[in-house]
Ligand binder design. Sequence first.
Ligand code: UGA
Length: 429
Amino acid sequence: MKLTIIGTGYVGLVTGACFAEVGHQVVCVDNDVSKVELLRSGGIPIYEPGLEELVRKNTADGRLRFTSSTAEGVEKSEVVFIAVATPPQDDGSVDLSFIEKVAREIAAALTNYKIVVDKSTVPVKTGEKVAETIKRYCKARVDFDVVSNPEFLREGFAVEDLMKPDRIVIGVRSQRPVPAMKNVYAPFNAPIIVTDINSAELIKHASNSFLALKISYINAISVLCEATGANVQEVAHGMGMDERIGRRFLNASLGFGGSCFPKDLSAFVKIAEQEGCDFALLKEVQKINASQMDRFVKKIVDTLWVLKDKTIGVLGLAFKQNTDDIRMSPAIELCQRLQKEGAILRVHDPKAMEKASAVLKNVIFVKDMNELADGCDALVVATEWEEFKKLDLERARQALSHPILFDGRNLFDPAEMERLGFIYKSIGR
Ligand code: UGA
């Protein structure tokens, strides 16, 4: 099929590349001309495992193209996906100005029937507004359909998630766009749920909020575990064996971050408020998340007492593993909190150091994770990168002035750390 994706961020670019990979003809549109140039020349603006190869291959095969013209994209396709940013505003609500602008641009370019699909995460009832806007700004009387098709990919696993989705959600006002939408997704062999637009939009916010709730739940349990000497990983394992609960997203941590969960929780609370409901449960999820960071910082301060002029090595800057994304990263917040206490920071991340250098000032970026401990008083794990598990602990113990390691992601085994001679403090164990 001929498809256009507007917006080449994490969702748009990965979607475009994967659609091309399964055989569709895809045009990716971005109003950032330099980004389009970069993509045309084979460059990738983000780090995402497997993405660069996919983009290169499909561009070379002529199935994936890039342009900065929305009109060109709209004209060339049967289905137009909107995948632009929906950033948070100060009051927690969502800034929908990019969606509105794209809706106007699509309207101006419509000459025949198109399916306009919203893939960005948006508040319930946005589809109605998009349809109204297109109708208002379209000069000719052209038929179109608006569809809601939320995306569930995780950063760091985006290609994998997109190629093998658990489900495809399609929200529609009429049955007319359904066969085409099913054709788009036919190569992915995933269950397709066809529902109304408002329900589809709610599925996305409800899913992300539930996953965030799951993390806050296990984080609350981790506090109890610390108080009672229990082990949160054993508890999560025991709970997760129940198929109704499941083990995934039950990893206690210094808190969740990223460009989705914190933003989507605030948005969902706000949406509920606007509909006259107090979503107190989600406010508690936010509170627990903030307190995990407070508790972790306190653990460090309680152990090292005065942080002023102490050197701390921080492993991880990205908000999670396998990405260079530092938006709302708990690791960055942790660094800033430690700096406020007067600590000197040496930091390492396999992929996010360049992006972090724009926001973290007066820190020493260390290329080799095994050299991070040199001259440090303590080490801190802030991101769950798999490769941190291969840290040369023997070398680190010798390099540290005192063998202290704070693990905000429970990457290491407490018994093994004790055997190696570390003072080891993790979450809920
Ligand atoms: C999340 C959802 O998982 C995706 O399904 C959704 O499509 C995406 O938001 C989105 O709305 O675009 P993402 O933010 O990329 O994906 O990353 P996650 O893997 O969900 O992790 C989010 C945060 O929770 C990270 O900081 C991670 O370290 C933390 N986390 C995750 C935990 O602290 N514990 C866990 O058990 C799992």
